[in-house]
Design a protein around this ligand. Structure first.
Ligand SMILES: [Zn+2]
Length: 418
């Protein structure tokens, strides 16, 4: 058993909504867990090593509740029309391994993947658990559920009618997923549909929720327009992804159902900002029509106290696995009215709760896994400092690699590479 005492740390505290100075964290690297958190530097525990953290600001590792590890942000189009590379299992797997490394090097210690062709995330999770690849811990969804020809139908399950939905969800759980992902409405990155289209019927979504919950699994709805969001909330989905448009009635329903929203604001913002002439016009036009509505919708949810779990939709154009998660938190402050502490909570304790792992993740307390990041500047003063270089610890051990390409780690400068 190896115990390390990390001394001279300022630890983020959810109750206080701020950092508490002059603390220490004792970790057991065999269990990967925190065994003690306290003030001052001394501990009664016998430690093998003492690491002076030089008063750095320590918060739980970033959790991202909406990723697509098999996709890369430069995947999409060369000239607004043509795909850059094949959709093969091999390409998808290679990107997943690269994205896993990017994520952990940028402080993301847990992801919930919500849609992976070939169920690749299920295998990636095993590889990470064995230590064969580097990366965040993974909550899997395998292939997402779509109606025939619907949003995300390429690479997902195409199911129609209650019986096919039920059979499909049971199959996904048999394959080993942790979570079910269902495309309830249309979306941006598919031509011939809009975010306001309802795709699955209320009977179909209810069947999916029932099956997932019967087996103790969570279920996430891709739902953008207000009518589709309402259908999903009413059916009992645990999380609503995107939520471009919600009204007061939807808020009331969300309160009653304890629904969590995963905003993915950077998915919209990155296409809006960098997608001209590369992302097809039909997709970019949907972003332009919806982006203000989306920001207003998330602002309304924040003001109404609906829990927000940070998610970026990583893998969409110009939206990857580096500092985009930290940038998403900045968007919550700048475009959705969160305090910096609320933005930190969105990417830590709120994600842990939404993923039903808050007994072991999301806060720096004894008994939780020792997954945390350390920064020289205080994110409460300026949320953007989380995008600066930082130390990353997983299961109590420093895992941070020197970032070679500093330029591309900045979401503002992510450019398409041909
Ligand atoms: Zn997505």
């Amino acid at each position: 058993m190896t115990k390390i005492n990390y001394t001279n740390v300022a630890i983020y505290n959810h109750e206080e909504q701020s950092f508490i100075n002059n603390q220490h964290i004792v970790v057991d690297t065999d269990s990967g867990k925190i065994v003690e958190v306290g003030s001052g530097n001394s501990t009664g525990k016998v430690c093998d090593q003492v690491v002076d953290m030089k008063n750095e600001y320590v918060m739980p590792g970033i959790m991202n509740a909406h990723t697509h590890i098999t996709s890369i942000p430069t995947y999409w189009w060369n000239d607004g029309k043509e795909q850059r590379h094949s959709d093969s299992r091999e390409f998808n797997t290679m990107f997943a391994i690269q994205n896993m490394a990017d994520a952990i090097n940028h402080g993301i210690t847990y992801i919930r993947n919500v849609g992976a062709a070939f169920d690749i995330d299920i295998e990636i999770k095993k590889m990470q658990q064995h230590g064969w690849i580097k990366g965040p811990k993974v909550m899997t969804s395998g292939k997402a559920f779509s109606i025939t020809g619907g949003h995300g139908s390429a690479g997902g399950y195409e199911v129609d009618g209650v019986d096919e939905v039920r059979k499909g969800v049971r199959q996904a759980m048999k394959n080993g997923v942790d979570n079910i992902k269902m495309m309830v409405t249309g979306g941006v990155l598919k031509n011939g549909e809009t975010p306001d289209d309802i795709q699955f019927t209320s009977e179909e979504v209810r069947a999916a929720v029932t099956e997932a919950h019967h087996k103790g699994k969570t279920i996430a709805a891709h739902a953008q327009g207000n009518a589709g969001v309402k259908e999903a909330v009413e059916a009992g989905f645990d999380t609503i992804e995107h939520a471009f448009d919600i009204d007061d009635q939807t808020i009331t329903m969300m309160r009653a159902h304890h629904t969590v929203i995963v905003p993915t604001m950077n998915a919209m913002y990155a296409i809006y900002k960098y997608g001209k002439n590369t992302v097809p016009d039909w997709a970019r036009e949907k972003v332009i029509i919806n982006i203000e509505k989306h920001f207003a919708s998330i602002t309304k949810a924040v003001q109404s106290g609906i829990p927000i779990a940070m998610g970026t939709d990583a893998g969409t154009p110009y939206n990857g696995f580096r500092n985009e998660s930290a940038y998403e938190m900045q968007l919550y402050v700048e475009k959705a009215g969160m305090t910096p502490a609320q933005a930190i909570d969105s990417a830590t304790i709120n994600c842990a709760r939404a993923m039903h792992i808050d007994d072991e993740y999301g806060q720096i307390v004894a008994g939780n896994y020792a997954d945390f990041i350390a920064m020289t500047e205080n994110p409460i003063d300026d949320i953007s400092v989380i995008q600066h270089d930082k130390d990353v610890f997983q299961n109590g051990i420093r895992v941070h690699a020197q970032i070679v390409n500093q330029e591309s780690s900045n979401p503002q400068k992510v450019s398409s590479v041909g």
